[in-house]
Design a protein around this ligand. Structure first.
Ligand code: TYD
Length: 137
């Protein structure tokens, strides 16, 4: 795991660290990000183990946190590369570049926070897996 990522064309975990103590609690700060944040959203009350995602983005890049609970991610690049990440620490973000097909499953109490590089545009989504497999960047 890195504090920063060397290759922004690949997914990876960023440890943002934390300040505080077990006696008082913690603060994690997200700054010096690899993109300007244009949108923040959060996802919650996803039923345990239901699969979300099933899409890729043409341009959007994201850093995603599990602020609570556990979220398992499966990622696949247009080059066929595959990655599995288990997010379970609020100070660790998953960087997802553009053009990665993702599925994710939440534990019953999980809360996902996403820092996104673009505003919401439905046309940025690739929602057909066959279209993704044939995608040529
Ligand atoms: P989606 O990104 O497909 O969710 P997930 O990847 O968690 O399964 O979004 C689910 C729905 O919410 C979809 O109809 C689009 C809508 N949505 C917005 O309207 N604005 C947003 O910023 C986001 C992220 C989703």
């Amino acid at each position: 795991m890195n504090d920063t990522l060397n290759d922004l064309s690949k997914p990876g975990l960023i440890n943002f660290g934390k300040v505080g103590s077990s006696a008082l609690g913690y603060i994690t700060v997200a700054e010096k990000l690899p993109f300007e944040i244009k949108r923040v959203y959060w996802t919650y009350y996803a039923p345990h183990e239901v699969m979300r995602g099933n899409h890729a983005h043409k341009e959007l890049r994201q850093i995603i946190f599990a602020l609570g609970g556990v979220i398992n991610f499966e990622l696949e690049g247009v080059d066929g590369s595959k990655y599995h990440y288990m997010l379970e620490s609020p100070e660790v973000g998953l960087y997802i570049p553009k053009l990665y097909w993702r599925t994710m499953k939440f534990s019953h109490n999980a809360v996902l926070l996403c820092l996104a590089s673009e505003e919401y545009v439905e046309d940025d989504y690739i929602r057909e897996y066959s279209e993704f497999l044939n995608w040529r960047p």
